[in-house]
Each structure stands twice: as structure tokens, then as C-alpha cells.
Design a protein around this ligand. Sequence first.
Ligand SMILES: CC(C)(COP(=O)(O)OP(=O)(O)OC[C@H]1O[C@@H](n2cnc3c(N)ncnc32)[C@H](O)[C@@H]1OP(=O)(O)O)[C@@H](O)C(=O)NCCC(=O)NCCS
Length: 190
Amino acid sequence: MLLGQEISIYLVRLIDDNLTQLKKLNDDIFSRQYSDRYYADALASGELTKLAYHNYTCVGAIACRCEKKEDGAVRVYIMTLGVLAPYRRLGIGTRLMNHVLDLSSKENISEVYLHVVADNGDAINFYKKFGFEKTETIGNYYRSSESGVKDGYVFTKRLVIVKEQEVPEGKDANTDKKCETSSALLKLKR
Ligand SMILES: CC(C)(COP(=O)(O)OP(=O)(O)OC[C@H]1O[C@@H](n2cnc3c(N)ncnc32)[C@H](O)[C@@H]1OP(=O)(O)O)[C@@H](O)C(=O)NCCC(=O)NCCS
């Protein structure tokens, strides 16, 4: 039992070599197979999709997709967020969520959103804690042979844009290493 313990967690970017870790995690947590498109989007999101490790074991993940809205603005969609049951309430979901919100702010993304099944009270509590608000109700959002048909919600968080720091005199902005998320997002912004 880990409840109340502090455990060390490190976040790792999703790459081809650890893709099976995410597949296994999704299988354990959500008991479902996600499409190739889901995994392609997660890989393409760069630093936005992260696996959480404890002692070389993948215990959680947040998987995102970058989307371009009709007005040209880019938003982030959290496709899945999950932590293995024995590792919940230890702050791992918080680490993963804070990572995505901080990075999105830095990248001048003003909106992060997600879907949640209406009776998933644990997740709804979690999202509200981060300032997500219900912006839409979707009737018959989720269907499964075991639990039948359920409504779903869209939860959205609007972010405060962080203004870019001015480059100090004599320093070439182009020499700064930009994370690949920036280039993935820049492509979308064009
Ligand atoms: C939702 C989920 C990712 C949260 O991950 P976690 O690592 O347990 O979350 P944290 O420990 O960072 O919790 C942060 C806060 O969220 C809230 N919270 C998290 N789980 C909760 C629960 N079961 N009941 C009530 N509040 C909860 C609490 O306020 C908690 O702070 P506290 O522990 O100091 O009270 C995890 O419960 C999970 O994987 N659930 C199954 C998958 C799922 O439903 N994902 C969402 C699909 S949309």
C-alpha cells in the first residue's frame, strides 16, 4: 500500500521504443485498444505526451493531440490521462497535468480540453481542481457492453498566455534550443 508515501517519479517523452509501455498502460487502466491514429497523434505531440515512471516501471501517462481550430488558433486535446490503481492519490496525475498545462502556457496555447464520462466522479474532481470547467454535455457519449450507454462531458481550461521574454543584447535567439513541441505546434499555427 503506497497511500501517503512520497515516491520518486520521472517523466519520459513518448518515442517509438516505449510505445508498447503506453499500450500496456492503456490496456490495464482503460481496458481498451486505442487506434493507430491515437498513437500517431501522441507521438506527433512531442513533449506534450509523457509517461510517468517509478523505479523503471511505467505507472501513468498523459497523451495529447495538438489541434488547429477554425480561427487558426492551436489547442491541446488530452486524449487520455491515467495512473495505475496502486499509484493513485500520490500526486502522479498532478505531475502529468501540470507538465501539459505549463508547456501549453509556454507555447502560447490558450485552451486545453478533454472528454470525460459523466459518472467518472474521481476524474471530474481531479479536473476541477486544475480549473477545468464543463463546457458541453454529450448525450450517449460512451457505449460498452458491460456498462451500457453513458453521457459524457467536455471539460475545458483556458490558459493565461505567458509573454515571451526579450532576448538579452548580444545573445542570438536562434542558438536557444527549442523543444520539438514548438516545431510541431508551429507547423499547426501556419
Ligand atoms: C484521474 C487520475 C488520473 C488522477 O490521478 P492521481 O495520480 O490519482 O491524482 P493525484 O494524486 O495527483 O490527485 C490530485 C487531486 O485530484 C483529486 N482526486 C484525485 N483522485 C480522486 C478521487 N479518487 N476522488 C476524489 N478526488 C480525487 C484530489 O483533489 C487530489 O488531491 P489530494 O490527493 O491531495 O486530495 C486517476 O484517478 C486515474 O488514473 N483514474 C482512472 C483513469 C481515468 O478515469 N482517467 C480519466 C479519464 S478522462
